[in-house]
Design a protein around this ligand. Sequence first.
Ligand code: GDD
Ligand code: MG
Length: 370
Amino acid sequence: MQAVILVGGQGTRLRPLTLTVPKPMLPLMNRPFLEFQIELCRRHGIKEIVLSTAYKPEVFSSYFGDGGGLGVKLTCVTEDEPLDTCGAVKNVERHITDTFLVFNGDVLTDIDLASLIDFHRAKGGKATLYLTRVEDPTAYGLVPLDRTGRITEFLEKPSWDQVVTDLINAGTYVLEPELLERVPEGECFSFERQLFPGMLEDGIPMYGFPSEAYWMDIGTPAKYLQAHYDILRRMMPFDFRGEMIRPSVWAEEGSEISPDAAIFGPTVIGPGCRIAAHATVSSNCVLGPGCEIDEGAHLEGAVLHAECRVGAESVLRRCALAAGVRVGERVHISEQAVLGGGVVVEEENDLKCGIKVWPRANIPASTLHF
Ligand code: GDD
Ligand code: MG
């Protein structure tokens, strides 16, 4: 079976991280997120994958090439203009030969694809949607079912007064290729607002496959951080690299960790990191390659991409730093603050409340003392 992965969105809710790196290529546990999805496919014997790109397409092709490095055959197809979710699949129709899978390129899951595909075949519908349960369905596509598992409605981003179930579209579909005959060529067309509601109107059978498998859309700062914490807490299978130097603390090669630093798990320290004396790297941290943590700094729930530096006595909690961020001394960063690539924060600043700092900005030393 073939799979199409949609990776053309701009990832606006994850800016500024996505201003330099497209969302599916953002590091998750120090690996490009897309590797998780490709690996899921490969594990289930799906080795022919089409990447549907639009935003920063070259980043995908230059990293993955033909997919050989990951044991799959990868074809990248780029839209001249973004065609929306379903238009993007129509645009790769020439590569599709049979029943196929579609993935949103920002969903972390360990769904058993084999049972999803078996269910599709057993029900005999034209489309089967993987469904998951969430507390707040208003940010997703709401999918009520009848007693037989048939989809009765598809409501994208419903308001609370439309919410009649906690089941939502998990962003993975099994589709029959003839459905693409319903999609105009070269035009914007949406699965969620056009294809699925249109199929229901015309009485074409569509089924939902609710699953309790781990599921997370990594598309907002809170969810992006949470995906790291969940993997660190082993809610998703993950092959930790490097050596376990303390309980649940994995350090990759070339890291220099002072014997006077305090490191608590679960935490991952990428290759070539340096952690100075009296620094504390507490639970839920992921340090990218070549990060440097100076004396007396304190990190907890911090996700740092490659080559970040954290100055002495700075405190970082629940935040994400893109590659090459420089943080001066005695800076506080917390509460889902997100710093873009190459940002410089000079000493004694306090960044919180979900603040987003655009790439390469320079925040001068604060005059406020705390
Ligand atoms: N190639 C291409 N072209 N890809 C696109 C385009 C486009 O024009 N627009 C969006 N995509 C890709 C994005 O890169 C992403 O991987 C996927 O389509 C879904 O877009 P999001 O922007 O992440 O959608 P969402 O999270 O608001 O909602 C979707 O996912 C939810 C589950 O996470 C919908 O499918 C909801 O119904 C669903 O519940
Ligand atoms: Mg999404």
